[in-house]
Each structure stands twice: as C-alpha cells, then as structure tokens.
Design a protein around this ligand. Structure first.
Ligand code: SF4
Length: 385
C-alpha cells in the first residue's frame, strides 16, 4: 500500500474506524469520481494569507473578491487568536507523523506559551459546510503528538496541550472551539492511533466499518458496497453484492426496492431513518453525479432544460426601450437587507448602521428538524448560555 499518501491526519476519522478503506481507495484509485476542488482553492488562499500575516506581522494585500467574501475579517480573527498567546509561533510547520515518520503533516500554527507550560496547536478551517469540533478531534491530536515527538523543540515537556479549531464561517456558531488535555492524556489517547496505523500498513485484521463519520468524506463512497448496504439496510431489506456474478438471478435482473408509507412508521423507526437522512441524501447526490458521467444500463443522457439569454444585450435593450419605453424594458427590485449592507459597505457609519437596523425586521424561518442535543444547544445559545 502507498502509505505515504493514504494515512493522512485529516482523513483519520475514516481510517481509524474503517481500516479497510485505505487499501480499498488505493485499489480503486482510477475509478474514483473527481473531487470538487473549488472550496479547496479558497481554503488554500485563506491559509496562505494567514501564514503571511502571522510571519510578517502585518495584514497582507487582498483581492477584491476576497474582501467581498469577508476573508480579511475572518483571517484577522484567526491571527488575533494565535497572537494572543504571546509566544513564538511556528507557522505551516511540516512534521513527520508519529505513527508513520515517512509521511508528513502540516500544522497551521504551533505556539508554546511564554512560560513553556502549554503547547497550542491551532487549525484554521475555512469551510462553511460542515462544522468541525475540536474535542476528540484525532487530526489535532495527531498534530500535537507529532509536533512534540519530531520538531527541533528541546524544552521541558508541556503540562497542557491546547488544541483549537478556528472556523469562522459557520453561521450561528462561535468560531473558536477548544480541546485541552494534559501531556499524559495526549500520549494515552494517541497510542491506539499508532496501533491502528501499524495494522493498516501491515494489512492485518482490516474491516469495512461504514458510519456517517467514516464515510462522509470517503472518496470511494460511490464504489463501496459496505457503505451502500449500510444505507439500504436502514431503509429496506436489499442485498447488495460486490461481484455481479454473486447476485442471485432475480436480483441480477431487477433490484426491487419498495419503501413503506412514512405515516405508518413507528416513532422509533422514523428516528432511525432520520439519522441516516444526510448520508443517504449525500450518497444519492453522488450517485446521480456518477451516473450522469457513466450512465448505467437502461439509462442515457438528454439535454438539460437550460435557460434563454440575450445574444447582444445592448441591441435587445435598444429594441425593448423603443417598444416598451424605459419603465417597461426593465424590472426593478428593492435590494434585500444583506444586499443593501454590502452595497453600502464603504458608506456605513455607526449612525447609518443604527438607522438601517431600525428598518430591518427578522422573519423567522420554518423550524428545522434536529437532534435533541442540537435543539438544547440552540436553546442555550439563544439565552446566551
Ligand atoms: S465508504 Fe465508508 S465503509 Fe466504504 S470504504 Fe469508505 S469509509 Fe469504508
């Protein structure tokens, strides 16, 4: 197995539980669907800016679209968090991984407190889709232990290791999440990581262990029988086979999936199905994309609905003005409050902000279904707990 690209710290939530996944991904490398790299590009820019800011000690230059997206504001928050420690910070530090020293991981920022008693490991997450917790985060624990084992640092061991995620773009959540452990605890909780990595490299006792956490970012999701089976097991009793020759004849012809009437399910069954809604939807989305690229038997492609646009906007405007007059040729819509705030950005003063705020009312959205823990968390946040 190509261990140098597969046991990455960021993928540890997957490979620590689904130990068969690294070999499976490598085996199917050529068939893996292409990854969407748009958000990765934005994340790379954000990390580069943060690195420049921390190393040079001054704000970097921003492109217009970065300012429009508020990147300067988000990165300032991260830089202030790191600088507030007051120690020497190593930025974008590459460390050999403690469980696989031939492979390196990159830590966004590592800082010892001025008294040397606390090590801070900081990770900037610029994504806005999935909120990342610091507590029990194996990626952070791997970074912390690897840093302590393999850097040139030669002081006393820290008493405390503080691991922090700074994720500024999750609406309604605090950007900083913290997980603190003693040095001893860090060693205890990272030892099993080394054992699992050794087992994977040796190819011993590997298992497919599908779960929402493991499969969420697995690049082989659409190819994985264990994952598909786990989803369908929750919904209907459908056998899924890896090898087409194993499929019993009737199923080889048609997989007959029928779904129960939702209103007839018990509350427990509905809760069980709700728990797999997100991975199931993600799976179906990926399946749709994959099928569009590789239509399965019995399916083909037809042109999408598309839309109409003017070939020459200037000529169209002249014609419509002649026919309908200026009023009739254009439709005007009032800006929404967020659009207005953006358009007025350079003109805003404390007074005008207050004036605008007085004109804005909050329209409550329809309640969203969530788990009991999420509901209690939302309630606590609402009351400033
Ligand atoms: S999709 Fe899930 S079960 Fe399948 S290899 Fe990936 S992590 Fe493992």
């Amino acid at each position: 197995m190509n261990e140098h690209s597969i046991l990455a710290p960021s993928a540890s939530p997957r490979w620590l539980s689904c130990t068969a996944s690294p070999a499976f991904i490598e085996e199917h490398e050529r068939e893996l669907p292409e990854q969407d790299t748009r958000f990765a590009v934005e994340g790379t820019i954000a990390h580069d800016k943060a690195e420049q800011w921390l190393i040079l000690g001054e704000e970097p230059q921003w492109a217009e679209e970065e300012l429009d997206g508020g990147m300067n504001h988000h990165i300032r928050g991260y830089v202030e968090m790191v600088e507030a420690i007051g120690g020497d910070t190593q930025v974008e530090v590459k460390v050999p991984l403690f469980y696989l020293p031939g492979q390196k991981g990159t830590i966004d920022a590592a800082t010892f407190s001025p008294d040397g008693k606390t090590l801070y490991i900081d990770d900037l997450k610029y994504g806005m889709g999935v909120s990342v917790e610091a507590k029990d985060n194996t990626q952070l624990a791997i970074y912390a232990r690897s840093y302590l084992e393999h850097t040139q640092w030669r002081g006393e061991l820290p008493e405390l290791v503080v691991m922090r995620i700074y994720q500024p773009r999750i609406i309604g959540e605090r950007p900083t999440r913290i997980w603190s452990v003693s040095y001893k605890e860090l060693i205890e909780l990272t030892e099993p990581i080394r054992d699992t990595a050794n087992r994977i490299v040796a190819g011993r006792g590997l298992v497919f262990a599908p779960s929402e956490k493991a499969c969420k970012f697995c690049p082989a999701q659409t190819l994985c029988t264990a994952h598909t089976k786990s989803l369908f097991d929750e919904v209907a009793e459908v056998e899924v086979y890896n090898n087409p020759e194993e499929i019993p004849t009737p199923l080889n012809q048609v997989i007959d999936i029928s779904f129960p009437d939702a209103a007839l399910l018990s509350p427990e069954q509905r809760a069980q199905l709700e728990a797999v809604r997100k991975p199931l939807e993600a799976f179906l989305k990926k399946l749709g994309e994959f099928n569009r690229e590789n239509p399965p038997p019995g399916y083909g492609l037809k042109p999408g609905r598309g839309s109409k646009k003017w070939k020459d906007e200037e000529a169209a405007e002249k014609y419509l003005r002649r026919q309908l007059g200026k009023e009739g040729a254009f439709s005007q819509k009032l800006l929404t409050p967020p659009q207005a705030l953006k358009a007025l950005k350079s003109k805003l003063t404390d007074r005008s902000i207050k004036h605008l705020e007085a004109m804005i009312e909050r329209v409550e959205g329809a309640p969203l279904l969530c788990t009991e823990q999420e509901a209690s968390k939302a309630l606590a946040e609402e009351f400033g707990d």
